[in-house]
Design a protein around this ligand. Sequence first.
Ligand code: F6R
Ligand code: ZN
Length: 193
Amino acid sequence: MNIKDTTQFIQPFGVDIDLENGIMHNPTNHLVRNASDMLGYYENEDALQQLIEAESNPLHYEVFEVPVPEEYGHLMYCISTLQPGKVGDEYYMTKGHYHTILETGEIYLCLKGEGYMMMKTPDGEWKAEKMMKGRMVYVPPYWAHRSINTGNVPLISFCVYPGDAGHNYGDISEEGFPARIFYKDEKIVIEEA
Ligand code: F6R
Ligand code: ZN
């Protein structure tokens, strides 16, 4: 067998996932983001501060990974579990990112809950695709992506993307997305900025 310098040879393995609760057993990485990690991301910064102080900095989302080599040819995968809730009128969301290698896509299979995948391109085009249990959202290459939970239960997704994709949060933390999702007048409302 000819093993390329680009792509390590590793042993096959299996991973147990609790689909109902959005937990990967024995993950090697468990990322936890609380409300205080989201400063600067929501429209209503005062409401976020209030949430941090009055509700003891609640859990926002978790990502469970069993990392594989971050290389061409391997497939990274994770379970992403986003709590239900609002900051002011705006639904809880993840930070969102581009992939460092922009021409890499991602598959999100929604296992529980409902919400939206908010996506945008560097040219400012945007699209909000519905997420719900049993629905797969394809995030094509070049599109930044952020999950938003508009339901009452955790929004749980299984994600798969190229091992060498990488994450670029810088652009989103500076520019945000062109649209936000709120609960207003007893409805879910997608508002352009
Ligand atoms: C990986 C990916 C997801 C997110 C996760 C957390 O490429 O898209 O695993 O990383 O849902 O969201 P962010 O990364 O926006 O904090
Ligand atoms: Zn991604």
